[in-house]
Ligand binder design. Structure first.
Ligand SMILES: *Cc1c(COP(=O)(O)O)cnc(C)c1O
Length: 414
C-alpha cells in the first residue's frame, strides 16, 4: 500500500506530513509546529496502526508457544529483525540485537565487549561532541578498570579533524566511539574514515547512530564499523525499542549482558549454555510491539526514500540558516560543512529557556537545554542553546513561524 505519491525523484512532502495525526493538535490556539525531532520524532499513522494491530490481533509471547498465535507473533518479530538487517545492510540477522535504545546498546558494548578486552592503561577515545550516553558508560568503565578515556576535541565550527584522530590513536587504543551525527550541533562525522584510522591501530569503532538513521541511509558494511547503535523513537518508530548492530565474530566472543529467559539454551544449577546469536543478548520477553512498530517505521522511511528525505531536510536547514542569520544578536552554534537537519542558536542577552517558553505560547515546540551534551555547551561557553530539529513532516511555513516567533519573543524580552 503506497500512501505517498512519487514522481521519479520527488516526493510530495505535504502528503508525507498528512500521515502524522499529532500535527493536527492545536497548541495554545495555534496549530503545532513541531521542531524537536532530535529529541523524539512524531509517528506516522502506519506505525500507530502496526502497534495497535499487533495488540488487537496477534499478541502472544515469542519463541515459546507452538500455537498459531505465538508463531505469528514470532514471525512478525523476526520479520522486523530482517527488515532492520536490510535497512543497515548487515550481513546476517545474527548481527541485529534488539535493545531498548541507543543508550542500552552502548552500555551493552561497554559492559560485554570492552570490559572483557580492556586492561588497565588501555584507552577508549570519544569526541567532544558526544551525547552523555556515549560518555558516561565509558567513564563508569574507566573508574572500574583504570582505563584511560581520551577526548578528541572539535574546532570552533563544531567539526572533528581526522589528522587529530590520527595523532591520538596508538596501540593502547582499543575503542573509538563516535556519534554519526551530533544532536546538539548537527555535525555529520566522517565515520568511515574514522573507522579506517581506528582499525589501523587494531582498535574497534562504535558508532552512535541515534541522529543519523532518521536522516540518511546507513550501510554498516561500507562504513566498516564494528558496532552501530540507534533508537526507534528518533526515526518515526515507538519508544523503548532500539538496535545494536555488531559484527558477528565480535558478538560470538562477547559475554551476555543480562541473564534470564530466552538467552539460554539449557540451564541447570551447575551449568548454563547460552542461546545462539542474537538471542544470547536478548534476555527476557522482548519489546515485541516495539520491534513491529520499528519495522513499520522502516517501511515509512523506505517509501519516502532516505535520499529524498536528506534533500528535503537540507533545504529546510539552508532556509532556516539564512533566515536566522538575519536576526540581530543571534548566533548559530555549530557551523560544520557537513550538517544534518539540526540548528542550535543563542540570542544575546536572552536565556534560551525564557525564549522557548514564549515560543511555546505561539505553538512552537523547540528544545532549550544542554541537549544531553554538556561538554558541547562548555566548548562554546554557553549554558544552553535553543535547538530546532527537522523531520519529514516539517515545511517552509514551520520555519517562517519559527522566525516570526523568535522576533516576537525578542521584542518582549529585550
Ligand atoms: C537521543 C540520543 C541518544 C540516546 O538515545 P536514547 O534513545 O535516549 O537511548 C544518544 N546519542 C545521540 C546522538 C542522541 O541524539
Amino acid at each position: 500500500m503506497s500512501e505517498i505519491s512519487m514522481s521519479k525523484n520527488s516526493v510530495d512532502f505535504a502528503q508525507v506530513r498528512a500521515q502524522f495525526p499529532i500535527l493536527e493538535v492545536v497548541e495554545n490556539g495555534f496549530p503545532l509546529v513541531y521542531l524537536d525531532s532530535g529529541a523524539t520524532s512524531q509517528k506516522p499513522q502506519r506505525v500507530i496502526d502496526a502497534v495497535t494491530q499487533y495488540y488487537r490481533e496477534e499478541n502472544a509471547n515469542v519463541h515459546r508457544g507452538v500455537y498459531g498465535l505465538s508463531e505469528r507473533a514470532t514471525e512478525k518479530y523476526e520479520g522486523a529483525r530482517e527488515k532492520v538487517r536490510t535497512f543497515l545492510n548487515a550481513k546476517s540477522t545474527k548481527e541485529i540485537v534488539f535493545v531498548r535504545g541507543t543508550t542500552e546498546a552502548i552500555n551493552l558494548v561497554a559492559h560485554s565487549w570492552v570490559s572483557e578486552n580492556l586492561t588497565e592503561g588501555d584507552e577508549v577515545i570519544v569526541t567532544e561532541m558526544e551525547h552523555h550516553s556515549n560518555i558516561v558508560p565509558w567513564q563508569l568503565l574507566r573508574d572500574k578498570l583504570g582505563i584511560r578515556l581520551t577526548v578528541l576535541r572539535m574546532n570552533q565550527k563544531g567539526e572533528i579533524c581526522l589528522n587529530a584522530l590520527k595523532g591520538l590513536v596508538s596501540e593502547k587504543t582499543k575503542m573509538v566511539s563516535v556519534t554519526h551525527m551530533s544532536n546538539a550541533l548537527g555535525t555529520i562525522n566522517p565515520v568511515k574514515e574514522m573507522a579506517e584510522i581506528a582499525h589501523s591501530v587494531g582498535a574497534k569503532i562504535m558508532v552512535d547512530g541515534a541522529q543519523a538513521t532518521p536522516h540518511m541511509s546507513v550501510d554498516v558494511q561500507d562504513l566498516d564499523c564494528d558496532f552501530y547503535a540507534f533508537s526507534g523513537h528518533k526515526m518515526y518508530g515507538p519508544t523503548g525499542i532500539g538496535v545494536l548492530y555488531a559484527k558477528e565474530a565480535l558478538l560470538e566472543k562477547m559475554a551476555p549482558y543480562q541473564g534470564g529467559g530466552d538467552m539460554i539454551y539449557s540451564v541447570s544449577f551447575d551449568k548454563t549454555e547460552y542461546n545462539v546469536l542474537p538471542y544470547k543478548f536478548e534476555a527476557g520477553t522482548p519489546h515485541i510491539s516495539g520491534a513491529i512498530g520499528l519495522a513499520a517505521a522502516i517501511d515509512f522511511l523506505n517509501e519516502v526514500g532516505l535520499d529524498n528525505l536528506a534533500r528535503h531536510e537540507h533545504a529546510l536547514l539552508e532556509y532556516a540558516t539564512e533566515q536566522l542569520s538575519q536576526i540581530d544578536g543571534l548566533r548559530i552554534i555549530g557551523q560544520a560543512e557537513n550538517k544534518g537537519g539540526v540548528i542550535s542558536f543563542v540570542l544575546d542577552g536572552v536565556h534560551p529557556h525564557d525564549m522557548a517558553t514564549l515560543m511555546d505560547q505561539d505553538g512552537i515546540a523547540v528544545r532549550a537545554s544542554h541537549h544531553c551534551a554538556m561538554p558541547v555547551m562548555q566548548h562554546f561557553n554557553v549554558p544552553a542553546t535553543i535547538r530546532a530539529s527537522f523531520g519529514a513532516y516539517n515545511n517552509f511555513e514551520d520555519i517562517d513561524r519559527l522566525i516570526a516567533s523568535i522576533n516576537d519573543a525578542k521584542e518582549m524580552l529585550l
